[in-house]
Design a binder for this molecule. Structure first.
Ligand code: SF4
Ligand code: SF4
Length: 336
């Protein structure tokens, strides 16, 4: 028996989880436990230029960076109790040539991994490497069921190629007889595509994926594209889930309709976001280290960052008011 590991799993991990859950309820400035969820940018570059994406603004001043396996392992060493993570941020994770090795690196530590990809480079080789590495879930962003509208939104992508990639990826998982990853499609609901919601449900169902999830847009990063309340209301009456033609088990998650007026964001208390350069920022909705950075993991350990003055001040502000960067955040009232 590996005794230190036994102690960690038997005593320290449950203790960490208990303290974290208390922190999520009480929202203290100082959190005496480590995050259990992490989002790490595999790269800060992307091969597309989607209309709702601030990637140009966010990366112009940043040097091009892809995480190496060694850097990723270093980051994981700083977070002893991570249970799941997304290799995800600003940038297309599958353009990091080491992406499957990063997944495998997390998997050997018992950490579940997910990616959200634009699907453009999800060919057979990339798909097989990810499945064999043990990827837990894969979500392909597909914001329209109409080729012209899709290509107007996802500039640089080819609708036929991406939908073919999705269909083949689902079949590949079956060919390899692998239960993982779960495969889904994510639609960012905006005023230029929300009328296609019903078609999106049918397309996702036809492509064979496990689920379609529909997310809201952060209006701060793409003003003018957000939904208005009447558009949201109209969608609630669509009766999408009652469509008898859907495959059994196929799920539709309308996350953008499920806002609670009482549950606040808990990111800075329970989760962390790390950029490809190693900066720790509050969350995936604030990935710009120039706006908020609590410290850099390649300069100092997480134990010196997690409760430093900047982190504590941000928690205080989020608990008692509204930091500027959170003002238009779609996750402000989402259950975490
Ligand atoms: S694929 Fe993602 S990261 Fe790339 S431009 Fe589109 S939204 Fe931004
Ligand atoms: S409210 Fe939104 S922007 Fe603010 S910390 Fe939470 S997830 Fe991030």
């Amino acid at each position: 028996m590996n005794f230190p590991r036994y102690l960690k799993e038997r005593f320290f991990r449950p203790r960490n989880a208990r303290i974290l859950s208390e922190a999520a309820a009480r929202l203290p400035e100082r959190v005496a436990a480590a995050p259990t969820y992490l989002q790490v940018e595999a790269t800060n570059r992307c091969n597309l230029r989607c209309v709702m994406c601030p990637i140009e603004d966010l990366t112009r001043a940043r040097r091009k960076k892809r995480l190496s396996v060694e850097e990723f392992a270093h980051i994981l060493n700083e977070f002893p109790y991570i249970e799941s993570l997304h290799l995800q941020g600003i940038g297309e994770p599958l353009t990091n040539p080491h992406i499957a090795e990063l997944v495998a690196c997390a998997k050997t530590r018992g950490i579940g991994t997910g990616v959200i990809t634009n699907g453009t480079v999800l060919d057979r080789e990339a798909g097989e490497a990810l499945i064999r590495a043990g990827l837990s879930n894969a979500i392909v962003s597909l914001d329209s069921a109409d080729a012209d509208n899709y290509q107007a939104i996802r500039k640089g992508a080819d609708f036929q190629e991406v939908t073919d990639n999705i269909r083949k990826f689902v079949l590949l998982r079956q060919d390899l007889d692998s239960p993982t990853p779960s495969i889904g499609i994510m639609m960012v609901a905006m005023n230029n595509n929300v009328h296609e919601l019903r078609e999106m449900v049918r397309l996702a169902n036809d492509l064979g994926v496990d689920f379609l999830t529909v997310k809201g847009l952060n209006p701060a990063v793409a003003p003018g594209l957000e939904l208005n309340p009447s558009q949201q209301q109209a969608n609630e009456t669509l009766g999408l889930l009652a469509d008898p033609a859907l495959r059994p088990g196929f799920q539709v998650q309308l996350a953008y309709l499920e806002r609670s007026p009482v549950v606040r964001c808990r990111w800075p208390w329970t989760r962390a976001y790390v950029t490809a350069e190693g900066d720790v920022t509050p969350c995936c909705n604030c990935p710009d280290a120039r706006q908020v950075s609590f410290g850099n993991l390649f300069d100092r350990p997480m134990r010196e960052i997690w409760n430093n003055e900047a982190y504590r001040a941000f928690r205080r502000e989020l608990r008692d008011g509204m930091p500027d960067v959170c003002r238009h955040c779609p996750d402000w009232h989402q259950p975490m």
